[in-house]
Design a protein around this ligand. Sequence first.
Ligand code: HEC
Length: 140
Amino acid sequence: MKKTSFVISLFLAFASFSAHADVVSAQKLADKYATFAKHANPSSTGLSASDGKAFYNREITVKGQQVACASCHTANPANAGKHIVTDKPIRPLAPSANPKRFADIDKVEKEFTDHCNDVIGRDCSAQEKGNFITYLLSIK
Ligand code: HEC
């Protein structure tokens, strides 16, 4: 009995530690984008969760279809998404719901480049990426 509760508390400690660590890495990544954004545009006044939200929900016509980031990632980034073409499930984007998000910068950069090109026809700027992550971090 004692041993079990020790193992459980160890597990919980680890789970909350790793969740915490990943929210921290998402924040670090957002901070990095903020620095790039400032370099690219000295008048940048920092990252904005509300601009990130507008970007996330903004619909753009792609091949005659209205598409937004929200189309696959759903209106609430804490929910599981679904790919609009393949119907494949997508794990939630918000780090609070999915601590694995924004931990691996190479994966994040690749996904941003792919999806930004798919949806807005070019890569997203550092400002847009930073705003996007700031919005996702604001979802509890
Ligand atoms: C057509 C469907 C679709 C659309 C539209 C879409 N995504 Fe995605 N997104 C995916 C899939 C599929 C994955 C990869 C599967 C996964 O990581 O769970 C993903 C993963 C990501 C990731 C990876 C995050 C991480 O750390 O793992 C980012 C960042 C991302 N998308 C950003 C965007 C942005 C920004 C937009 C809007 C410009 C967008 N997506 C629109 C389907 C889509």
